[in-house]
Design a binder for this molecule. Structure first.
Ligand code: NAD
Length: 442
């Protein structure tokens, strides 16, 4: 059993911290956000993540998991310190590493015995070396540490499952001692024969960016193919299904939509493309994916405007789904943000409903009317836009919806509504790549 500290108790730090305590270690999750820690100490979970409440409760009750704002003490007591603070996009598109370097300084100052310092945050290639330099500068003469890059691949919405049953664990280090300690941290996974990929620090950092950029690319690709399907009377669902049945392609990340969002793909693609340019390499594919994504968000706005000949002034539009994807309350870079902004700019009134994310979005757009269910949101509106693929929207009673709305106008950016029913009920509708000759309505 190891004494482990996670610095940063957000989507990654909290899930990983709780997960590592579930592996049998003694874990302290530390954060400077006092409200968050106070909530956790009271047994409340500050984010929405399926299964996380049970995981936290189980390990708190077993005495293996606790929460603190005393980051210094948490570092001093640990054998392994995980860095899981945010690395948001800076103004120039690069990753903002302020929090990372601040934490590195704190680690240097509190290094009282040998520790493994392990970065879980997504950091640009070369950051590990800078973190080591900062800790070296601040640590006392005789204090030792080793460094590991251990990027995290969990997905919000299925983060608990992804952490406890990962496809692989990447450990980038040049220290055999640290590697052994990390293998011990991940012992249950090691026993389960989860692939443990050992690399250099830079390679581990690169693996994370290369993976995220590839997935973003796949989404932008299928979105562009869907846009072309619109124009040539082809059905993107059938195209994606047939493409995905090719083992070289795989069916995952072939769902067209309103453009990718969330706390990772937008910022990570930009940071990677920026880093590459600084190194004299242009990542044309990644830059293309970023550009296509912005265009996709704009295309969705044009689609809804198209129902009103471009003039939405005075119209009331309902937005169903605010989170960047289902099963999360995270709205960071959600396409709902671009959509709401464009509707408000065009003079429309916006009503919105999300099962979990109303509260988060209300901080960004207080003038939007937030509703407690989809029925209330679509009532007396001139159009509805579905932006998140929440399960409850799949089963919407379209007859009831039509009766509630002023005009039966729908933009289904997730392609979740049955086209035959939309046709039967006389809706005017748009989707992403299923305009034409749809044979299989699934
Ligand atoms: N969210 C995801 O799905 C996901 C997946 C894989 C990797 N990542 C990466 O993991 C990192 C964390 O992402 P997140 O979504 O958990 O971020 P987050 O914003 O949810 O959490 C970051 C936390 O760090 C805390 N923090 C900031 N400075 C601190 C300091 N000096 N000391 C202690 N705590 C501090 C913040 O208060 C916040 O609670 C990022 O680099 C992100 O790119 C995120």
């Amino acid at each position: 059993m190891k004494q482990i500290t996670f610095i940063g108790t957000g989507y990654v730090g909290l899930v990983s911290g709780a997960g590592v305590s579930d592996f049998g270690h003694q874990v302290v999750c530390a954060d400077i956000a006092k409200d968050k820690i106070a909530q956790l100490q009271k047994g409340e979970i500050p984010i929405y993540e399926p299964g996380l409440g049970d995981l936290v409760k189980r390990n708190v009750q077993a005495g293996r998991l606790s929460f603190t704002t005393n980051v210094d003490k948490a570092i001093q007591e640990a054998d392994v310190v995980f860095i899981a603070v945010g690395t948001p996009q800076g103004d120039d598109g690069d990753a903002d590493l302020t929090a990372i370097f601040k934490v590195a300084e704190m680690i240097g100052k509190n290094l009282n015995h040998y520790k493994v310092i392990c970065t879980k945050s997504t950091v640009p290639i070369g950051t590990g070396k800078k973190i080591i330099d900062i800790i070296q500068k601040d640590k006392g003469e005789d204090k030792a540490f080793d460094y590991v890059s251990n990027p995290e691949f969990l997905r919000e919405g299925s983060a608990v499952k992804d952490f406890l049953w990962p496809d692989r664990v990447v450990l980038g280090t040049n220290s055999e001692k640290a590697l052994k300690i990390m293998q011990d941290v991940y012992r249950p996974l090691f026993i389960n024969e989860t692939p443990m990929i050992q690399t250099s620090i830079q390679t581990a950092e690169m693996i994370k960016y290369a993976s995220n950029a590839f997935l973003a690319l796949k989404i932008s690709y299928i979105n562009e193919i869907a846009n072309l399907c619109d124009e040539v009377d082809a059905d993107i669902h059938e195209v994606a299904k047939a493409m995905g049945s090719d083992g070289r392609i795989s069916p995952k990340f072939l769902h067209p939509g309103p453009g990718f969002g969330g706390s990772c793909f937008p910022k990570d693609t930009k940071a990677l493309a920026n880093l590459a340019r600084k190194k004299g390499i242009q990542l044309r594919t990644v830059e293309g994916a970023i550009e296509a994504n912005q265009a996709q968000k704009e295309r969705m706005v044009e689609k809804i405007k198209g129902f009103f000949s471009g003039n939405i002034s005075g119209k009331t539009i309902a937005i169903l789904g605010l989170a960047f994807k289902s099963e999360t309350d995270d709205i960071r870079d959600s396409s709902a943000i671009d959509m709401i902004q464009a509707l408000l700019d065009g003079g429309a009134k916006v009503k919105a409903y999300d099962p979990i994310a109303n509260n988060n979005m209300s901080k960004l757009f207080p003038s939007v009317v937030y509703c407690k269910n989809w029925e209330e949101a679509v009532k007396d509106t001139d159009g509805t836009v579905i932006l998140t693929e929440w399960r409850e929207f799949r089963g919407i009673d379209l007859e009831q919806m039509k009766a509630l709305m002023n005009m039966p106008v729908i933009l289904d950016t997730r392609n979740i509504l049955p086209i035959k029913d939309l046709n039967r009920l006389g809706f005017q509708y748009e989707n992403v790549g299923r305009k034409g000759n749809v044979k299989n309505d699934s």
